[in-house]
Ligand binder design. Structure first.
Ligand code: B1M
Length: 212
């Protein structure tokens, strides 16, 4: 069995220590952090998503798999963050109010850091006002909102309205993303940018910085 397949299986079983050790092994064998993420950890999480949707597994199993995903990405984070040290702007990121999903948002944060952006991670269940307060405090260039639930993505438009009334109006940009979000939704709520995955989100953030 390849190290990536084994890693995916350990993640699905929620074996954090084994997942982290296999990430390290893959790196030691010469794989890049991006390869490990795209071809080992993410496929494991995709299987979990599918099994959760089909009611083959339930929240406790999903949570322990999520913890193993975190253990794996913890090994990758310093390597990705070290790959480009330039300070290219500041991003305030969080998962929107009432939404506890944070795996994808944390990947987006990690990819943005790897591109030289300073990232202030507000965590999950972030009320719209808190994004604006944090953006003002850190003089952010970009506010990045993630949502994984169709019931929570609606709060993103409140971030857009609050930013328009804040001292950062016209300066900071708003990015949105997460599984139920798309470009049409981004346009409909008046956000500045959308990206479908973590790598493209980091690229979109740099594009928005250049356009500023
Ligand atoms: Co939840 N959950 N969950 N869940 N969960 C989903 C999202 C769901 C699709 C599963 C399903 O039913 N098929 C469904 C949502 C349905 C909907 O709204 N249409 C769902 C549900 C219903 C729920 C609960 C309501 C279940 C319940 O209680 N009955 C509940 C809600 C809790 C709450 O938030 N209030 C719930 C709870 C949970 C757990 C806590 C158990 C756990 C979260 C643990 C954690 O995050 N720490 C969990 C998980 C893990 C999932 C699934 C299985 C996996 C999500 C994930 O981490 N994917 C998910 C099913 C699925 O997605 N297939 C599901 C991996 C991650 C890397 O991908 O987050 O999509 P993702 O991020 C991607 C892109 O979307 C993008 O980049 C990332 C990587 O490339 N991206 C951005 C993300 N943020 C971005 C921001 C950007 C740009 C791109 O710019 C700012």
């Amino acid at each position: 069995m390849s190290v990536l397949t084994e890693m995916s299986e350990m993640l699905q079983k929620g074996k954090s220590a084994e997942t982290a050790a296999l990430v390290q092994k893959a790196l030691d064998e010469g794989m890049t952090p991006q390869d490990v993420l795209d071809n080992g950890l993410m496929p494991g999480m995709d299987v979990i998503g599918e099994r959760f949707k089909n009611n083959d597994i339930f929240i406790p199993e999903v949570l322990i798999a999520a913890r193993a995903m975190g253990a794996g990405t913890d090994v990758l984070r310093p390597l990705l963050s070290a790959s480009d040290a330039a300070d290219r702007g500041t991003v305030v990121i969080g998962t929107i109010k009432d939404d506890l999903h944070d795996i994808g948002k944390n990947l987006v944060a990690m990819m943005m850091e790897s591109k030289g952006l300073k990232v202030i991670n507000l965590g999950n269940n972030v009320p719209p006002e808190k994004y604006i307060e944090a953006a003002i405090e850190h003089n952010a260039d970009i506010i990045a909102c993630a949502a994984l639930l169709t019931t929570t993505m609606v709060h993103m438009k409140d971030v857009v309205s609050l930013l328009a009334e804040s001292p950062l109006a016209g300066k900071a940009k708003i990015m949105v993303g997460g599984a139920p979000v798309n470009q049409a939704y981004c346009d409909a709520i008046g956000a500045d940018g959308y990206a479908p995955d973590a790598t493209m989100a980091a690229e979109k953030a740099l594009e928005l910085m250049k356009a500023a």
